[in-house]
Structures are given as structure tokens and as C-alpha cells.
Design a protein around this ligand. Structure first.
Ligand code: TYD
Length: 206
């Protein structure tokens, strides 16, 4: 098996992940790496269908357990169809969100048992875990306002501020639990400073 890499980005809604992911993609492509960009929930046709189901504001009746399993189902398809084959082909996969989002949102946010989330996702991820995760750390109140003003709110974004604060605290806890994998980035800094910090770190692992 060739030595691909798996890089994930995490953070509350509106933390600026999308911008940083595009900058990193450009940086790596300029260096000649083969890069695969993806996102969760989504990344494949089936996963995007599940995404539409989960995020549709009309689906108010979705139960938290159903929600957690749907995210994992979308992930299983994504792993099988895109992430695993790309890593095995030696590519660099950059993914907007991964299992940490399920711990943060369904675990800390909705209150689902973290062990249950781990068990369900163990089946979904088929032994794949990120080499490095960038947690874009920004005050959730600032971030969610920024996001909703820009695009309108999906079902998860419509959750109350308390929910987003729990999600944020969850990310903080996970970054302390896994300091070797999760790198916390101050997302209130200027865009180019954040990008340089990410690139510098990436250079050390490639
Ligand atoms: P998205 O529009 O991609 O949000 P963002 O740009 O902030 O990443 O929507 C994904 C939403 O799904 C986001 O609110 C986080 C949530 N989510 C979970 O609750 N659990 C998960 O496992 C994943 C992957 C995402």
C-alpha cells in the first residue's frame, strides 16, 4: 500500500473551514501532490442524498439516534467509495469534517453516549483515521452569526446557541484528549496567517 495521507478539518459552523481547505488544496497541488477534496456528510452521490435528508429544515422529526446513524451511514459510503481507495492510491485526502463532528454534534451537542458513537462509527470507518485534524477554534456565537448571515440556516444551524456552545466545548475537550492528532488553530486570526500555520505544519508531516 502506498503512503497517502488523510487530513481533516473540524470546527463549529462558520469557523472558516471551507476557505482554509481550498487554500491547502492549492498549496499541495502547487507542490505536485495529488489531492482529493471531500466533505461530510457527502462526497458521494449516496452520501449527498443522505446529507439532503439530514440537513433539510423540514425534517424536524429526525430522532437524535437516527441522525447519528445517518451521519455514520453517509460516512461508510464515503469511506468505501472515495476515502479508502484514494489513500491506498497514495493521494492526499482533505476532508471537511469526519468522525470528530459526530462526537461534537451528536455526542456533546445532542447528548448521545460517546461510546455508542464510537461503536457505530468503528463499523463505518473501516480502520481509517485522520493523520492530522485541524480544529478551527472560534467563539461559536460569532461563528454561527457569521454563517447564518451568509447563507441562511440548515436544520443543524437552526439549533439554539446553547447547542453550538456544547459542540464547541466538545471540540475543545477532544483537542485536549488527542493533542497529537488534533491541532487547534486560532480561527479569529487573519486568513493568510492561519493558512501559513497550516502549511508549515503540513510540511513537517509530508
Ligand atoms: P455543512 O453545511 O457542511 O456545515 P459546515 O460548512 O459548517 O461544515 O453542514 C454539515 C452540518 O452537519 C454541520 O452543521 C455539522 C453537522 N454534522 C454533524 O452534526 N455530525 C457529523 O458527523 C457531521 C459530519 C456533520
Amino acid at each position: 500500500m502506498k503512503n497517502g495521507k488523510f487530513i481533516t478539518f473540524e470546527g463549529t459552523d462558520g469557523s472558516g473551514k471551507t476557505t482554509q481547505i481550498k487554500l491547502l488544496e492549492e498549496y499541495l497541488k502547487n507542490k505536485g501532490y495529488e489531492v482529493v477534496l471531500s466533505r461530510e456528510p457527502g462526497g458521494t452521490k449516496v452520501s449527498e442524498l443522505i446529507r439532503d435528508l439530514i440537513l433539510d429544515p423540514a425534517n424536524t422529526e429526525i430522532d437524535p439516534l437516527t441522525e447519528m446513524i445517518l451521519y455514520a451511514a453517509s460516512r461508510a459510503q464515503h469511506i468505501a467509495q472515495i476515502i479508502k481507495p484514494s489513500i491506498e492510491a497514495g493521494k492526499i485526502v482533505i476532508c471537511d469534517r469526519f468522525v470528530d463532528s459526530s462526537y461534537a454534534y451528536q455526542g456533546f451537542g445532542r447528548g448521545i453516549d460517546l461510546r455508542l458513537i464510537a461503536d457505530v462509527n468503528r463499523v463505518a470507518i473501516d480502520g481509517i483515521s485522520p493523520d492530522i485534524t485541524f480544529f478551527l477554534d472560534i467563539d461559536p456565537e460569532t461563528a454561527i452569526k457569521r454563517r447564518i448571515n451568509a447563507t441562511g440556516a440548515d436544520r443543524i444551524e437552526q439549533e439554539k446557541l446553547d447547542f453550538h456552545k456544547r459542540v464547541y466545548e466538545g471540540y475543545k475537550k477532544m483537542s485536549l484528549l488527542f493533542p497529537d492528532r488534533i491541532m487547534t488553530i486560532d480561527a479569529e486570526k487573519p486568513m493568510d496567517e492561519i493558512s501559513s500555520q497550516i502549511n508549515e505544519y503540513i510540511d513537517t508531516i509530508l
